[in-house]
Design a protein around this ligand. Structure first.
Ligand SMILES: Nc1ncnc2c1ncn2[C@@H]1O[C@H](COP(=O)(O)OP(=O)(O)OP(=O)(O)O)[C@@H](O)[C@H]1O
Length: 787
């Protein structure tokens, strides 16, 4: 461990030497009578005070510019409105960034061997003469602050972590690499150990915070890894995968803003509770253009529910469903056994009966297939083929005195005939994705035809009851969303839908947008001319990227980050790769935590098909969440998941041994309630999760629900209440001061990946872990202290 400077005489002398040369920005009028530590603190406060002055000045500038814009006349030409809105966006964003930097503006500095100092913070600041005062943590120049270790200092002689309250620096910790190396002492590889441990042992607030001041070297390598290709970050529980992925989003947007900001970055999390848990991290880093979503929300107009049975989830997620949907669609394009007969011109004296034979229908089908267009967009070619052949036949039957224009008019007239349209609907019905899925899931015959490779039971799992007249259909589930999206790809938009209307931009609209972009230069607005022009279709004002992307199913993001990626089914991967045409992705997860029925057991399963040879894996190895005492208990459980896996090293021990308590079978509710009450009192304002099997008996839920402050996981206050009742699947990615695992035997038996769920449940605690059971305790938990 590296001692802090205040207790290290060697270190004092190094820092003194640097501080005393009078040329460094940290000098702040030291008094000869003060101790070294006090003088240093005063100097740091003087420097940081100057940084806040600069921050204020920049805020005042951005506010003044915004006020001017707001005072301008709102009318004018389309081009001037575009210009004004573009500048408004720019200054609003800048102001948000400057406000986000308020808390912990500057958190450290590095010093080179020749005494040169560089302060590191949330944003870059310079003085009135443009001399740099503060380096943005994402800039290449800040890298040594995170990467330097005693074994590999990389030119850094000293590193200081500043700890602040509000705008005041209250303390600092120093790492002196040169001297440690000289002294040959055992040194920690942890950077800013005191600041890190203070952050790790703080009570949880229910929301994830940023770690910008204590990012560790192995995490920094992930954050700054290159943009292209697919980066897979595998790591055990608590190794910082989520928090690192979010910092990577901020880093990539900073470093590659020209390439990424126009299309945005998409972050996928497992559910809405998790998204709420992480939603403050990126705004705190000054980023507001990142779209957070779950798979269930990626299809516009639908919010998938989590009500799927494991059997249906496994089938719906199966990659073969892509073929099934295509075959089901083909199955809905009918052909006559022999022929269909229609009567056209019923209301005129010239009505005529037409026989439409199978061969003609096959030719019409072939014409539509030949277009290579999605189903709905191919229908006009089918209609054209059918109507023109029929019109020619009528012309021939009338004795050949019709010219080509007459035939074309006749064909148009045929298309307007109801019976002709009815035939076209049978041959090639116009369908929405919802209609295709509803038809498939409501028809055992169609399921049997489209799913010959699946068992009877698998097909039955997909059947949805007809809700009956006037009843709402069952809501779409999260596992339906990738299927709806796949169906949308096959079908294309319906004629007259918003998507097909949007396709037309006038040349003038594009011209305006190009001029605006040229005037303001690249980078001021994160759009290309086409995107900007689209914003002004229908006189809309500029809307945030998240909003635009959310309602456009075909939006292609510049980079996609997937958290808890092990849970995604092959069908969900297909959807995500469509949302990321450039295949620039960061995928973080832990294969030992896979709980979803169609989830992954290897990364290549998901990635080889779409990104063969373009994905690389890195591993995070240190657990920052769970104390060593708890991690030891999970060893047996992890062995049961996969004997080859090892638990990540816990960065700290908590001093509290995990325990188990057997409660009587007959009165489980009251006994469990008593335990929860006792643990909650001991927590002293912290937060606790009670994690149970998916089928926690109602009597236990009722007993706990009577307690003040207990909520269930899917409610809106799940992250804000002192106690939350949840399954392991719902707890995925979250953390709590204390965790009570109820009936581990039931969690194990709940489904085929029950042991993975138990591993997830046991690794959520930052301080205390208890296991409450009335059934036999599984042998893999034998290390618990029995109470
Ligand atoms: N360098 C760091 N400095 C401070 N805190 C950190 C650091 N790295 C991780 N943490 C904290 O450790 C905890 C676990 O991090 P995170 O949730 O990102 O881990 P994870 O690998 O995603 O875990 P899981 O797989 O269990 O979901 C969080 O509270 C996070 O803020």
């Amino acid at each position: 461990m590296v001692p802090t400077s205040s207790s290290s005489s060697e270190l004092n002398s190094v820092v003194d030497a640097g501080a005393g040369n009078g040329t460094n920005p940290g000098d702040g009028g030291a008094q000869p009578s003060d101790g070294w530590h006090t003088r240093e603190l005063r100097a740091e406060n003087a420097y940081v005070g100057r940084l806040y002055d600069r921050l204020e000045a920049q805020r005042a500038f951005a506010s003044a510019r915004l006020r001017e814009i707001h005072l301008q006349d709102r009318g004018g030409t389309a081009q001037s409105r575009m210009e004004r809105d573009t500048l408004e966006i720019h200054h609003t964003r800048r102001l948000a960034e400057l406000h986000a930097a308020e808390y912990g503006l500057c958190f450290g500095r590095i010093e080179s061997a020749d005494g040169e100092r560089q302060y590191i913070g949330r944003i870059a600041l310079s003085d009135e003469d443009h001399e740099p005062l503060l380096t943005d943590w994402r800039a290449p120049a800040a890298e040594p602050f995170y990467r330097a270790t005693p074994a590999a200092p990389g030119g850094v002689a000293g590193r200081r972590h500043l700890r602040s309250k509000g705008r005041t620096v209250v303390d600092f910790d120093d790492d002196a690499f040169g001297l440690n190396a000289l002294a040959g002492r055992d040194s920690s590889e942890l950077s800013g150990e005191t600041a890190l441990l203070a952050s790790l042992t703080a009570a949880r607030t229910g929301r994830m915070g940023d770690i910008v001041s204590t990012i560790q070297a192995e995490q920094d390598r992930v954050i700054r890894s290159e943009l292209g290709g697919v980066l897979v970050v595998q790591g055990g529980p608590g190794t910082g995968k989520t928090v690192v992925a979010l910092h990577r989003a901020a880093y990539l947007l900073y470093t590659h803003r020209d390439r990424l900001a126009k299309r945005g970055v998409l972050v996928i999390g497992p559910n809405t509770t998790f998204l709420r848990y992480i939603d403050q991290v990126l705004p705190a880093l000054g980023e507001s253009e990142v779209v957070l979503s779950s798979i269930g929300a990626l299809y516009p107009g639908v919010t998938g529910t989590d009500t799927e049975t494991p059997e249906a989830a496994a089938v719906k997620g199966d990659g073969r469903m892509a073929r099934v949907l295509a075959d089901a669609l083909e199955g809905l394009r009918q052909l006559p056994e022999d022929s269909w007969t229609i009567t056209v011109g019923r209301r005129s004296p010239y009505h005529v009966e037409l026989e439409i034979g199978r061969a003609l229908c096959e030719r019409a089908h072939a014409a539509a297939h030949r277009t290579g267009e999605p189903h709905n967009l191919a229908r006009p070619d089918l209609v054209e083929r059918l109507s023109s052949e029929l019109a020619l036949r009528i012309a021939r039957d009338r004795g050949g005195n019709m010219n080509l224009d007459d035939v074309a008019n006749l064909a148009d007239a045929l298309v307007g005939e109801p019976e002709f349209q009815a035939v076209a609907d049978r041959l090639w019905p116009l369908l929405s994705p919802e209609q295709l899925l509803t038809t498939l899931f409501g028809s055992p015959e169609l399921l049997a035809r489209a799913m010959p490779d699946f068992s009877e039971a698998q097909r039955a799992a997909l059947l949805r009851d007809d809700p009956g007249p006037g009843q709402d259909p069952a809501p779409w589930t999260t596992d339906d969303v990738p299927l709806l999206d796949e169906a949308a790809e096959l079908l294309g938009p319906l004629p007259g839908s918003t998507v097909s209307r949007q396709a037309q931009l006038t040349a003038q609209e594009l011209e305006f947008a190009k001029v605006v972009l040229e005037d303001f230069g690249v980078g001021l607005v994160e759009m290309d001319a086409e995107m900007l022009a689209r914003q002004y279709q229908g006189e809309q004002s500029l809307r945030p990227l998240a909003e635009r992307a959310a309602e456009d199913r075909t939006w292609g993001f510049g980079h996609v980050i997937v958290d808890e990626a092990q849970e995604l089914s092959p069908m969900a991967w297909r959807l995500l790769t469509r949302r990321c045409p450039g295949r620039s992705m960061t995928i973080v997860g832990d294969l030992a935590q896979t709980g979803a029925p169609a989830g992954l057991s290897s990364w290549s399963e998901a990635l080889e098909e779409y990104t063969a040879g373009r994905w690389r894996t890195v591993e995070l190895t240190v657990n920052y969440r769970t104390p060593a005492e708890i991690m030891r208990i999970t060893e047996g459980v992890l062995r049961a998941v996969d004997p080859a896996l090892t638990v990540p090293t816990a960065v700290r021990s908590g001093g509290v041994r995990p325990w188990s308590l057997r409660i009587p079978e007959e009165d489980r509710g009251a006994a469990l309630r008593a335990v929860v009450e006792r643990e909650l009192a001991a927590l002293d304002g912290g937060r606790m999760a009670v994690i149970h099997a998916p089928s926690l008996p109602g009597e236990l839920v009722d007993a706990l629900a009577e307690l003040d402050g207990v909520v269930v996981a899917d409610g809106p206050s799940a992250l804000d209440s002192p106690v939350v009742l949840m399954t392991a699947a719902q707890a995925k990615g979250l953390e709590f001061d204390a965790v009570l695992v109820v009936e581990p035997a039931e969690i194990l038996a709940a489904h085929t990946r029950g042991v993975n769920d138990l591993y997830v449940a046991l690794t959520r605690a930052t301080r205390n872990l208890g296991v409450v059971h009335s059934r036999e305790l599984p042998q893999m938990l034998e290390g618990l202290d029995a109470r």
